[in-house]
Design a protein around this ligand. Sequence first.
Ligand SMILES: Cc1cc2nc3c(=O)[nH]c(=O)nc-3n(C[C@H](O)[C@H](O)[C@H](O)COP(=O)(O)O)c2cc1C
Length: 323
Amino acid sequence: MNTFGRIFSLSIFGESHGQGLGVIVDGCPPGIKLVTDDFLADLARRNPIEPGTTPRKEKDIPELVSGIFNDHTTGAPITILFRNEDVQSAEYNKYADMPRPGHADFVASKKYKGFNDYRGGGMFSGRLTLPLIAAGVIAKKFIEKINIHAKLISAGGSENIEDAIRQAEVEQDSIGGVVECIAENIPVGLGEPFFDGIESLLSHLIFSIPGVKAVEFGAGVSSASMKGSEFNDVYISTDGKTKTNNAGGVSGRLTNGNELVIRVTFRPPSSIGKSQKTLNFATGKEDILEVKGRHDVCFARRTPVIVEAVVAITLADLFLINN
Ligand SMILES: Cc1cc2nc3c(=O)[nH]c(=O)nc-3n(C[C@H](O)[C@H](O)[C@H](O)COP(=O)(O)O)c2cc1C
């Protein structure tokens, strides 16, 4: 489905190399000041950064098509459109016969019976995170008391991010990374158990970001090797603040008033500069795939603002449900 959320809901549309892409945000309360400039800082944080990201250059100016009047939200659905301009599609024709290992080319062509727009990865492109960021800007506006900050804490398994990316570039290979996101000043009780607990909803939306392979809260995976006496977060004040935060701000699938701590693991991109052996589906024989397009060596470095956006969207919806 391309729609998410119960009250603050968003529908994503578009492809990487089609005319454009965008988002329709419904359920946004009226009277929130919203102008084009509000979007620019967060959108710029997703732009390619040297080294390690694609040379594709798009202006990414949001066109505010509906739901805003006199610089304020009206309460009607907000439509935001981005045009695709810097498009070079020829490279992608060969992936019909030789789908890129690790990318969506093969599964998309099977699922959509060959009618999918495969140019630039179509709807599976990382470009579809642009509308997510736009929706995140709106969400951040009306949960403005909650501070959300994400950053890339490692790439290719190393905390020396620049060096790791440069090395991957030299090797004509690609690397993944881990983004840590912290949200502060969250009210107690956001989340709707049984099935829509805070971790479930956050994970649902985080896993919609292309290339996510793992999500952890608080001590996460390492909690399996901790004793209860180490893991338990001891209360230090009657508002629920705890001495440690191994639970990552979540108890019983509800926010517990401590910082929400989320770590998101991104895989290395499928498209790599070095040639790869793969199957040629037309001949049924092994073949060599050369990926020539414009690609990220480490797209994880463009994702902190995307993670912030999906966290804001999830919290905004839960905030409205709670109120
Ligand atoms: C901002 C961003 C940029 C991306 N750039 C690339 C890229 O240049 N090359 C690539 O192979 N994958 C890239 N990806 C990842 C693919 O979109 C993703 O791996 C693909 O859709 C397959 O999905 P999966 O990895 O979730 O299985 C990017 C993802 C994001 C979020």
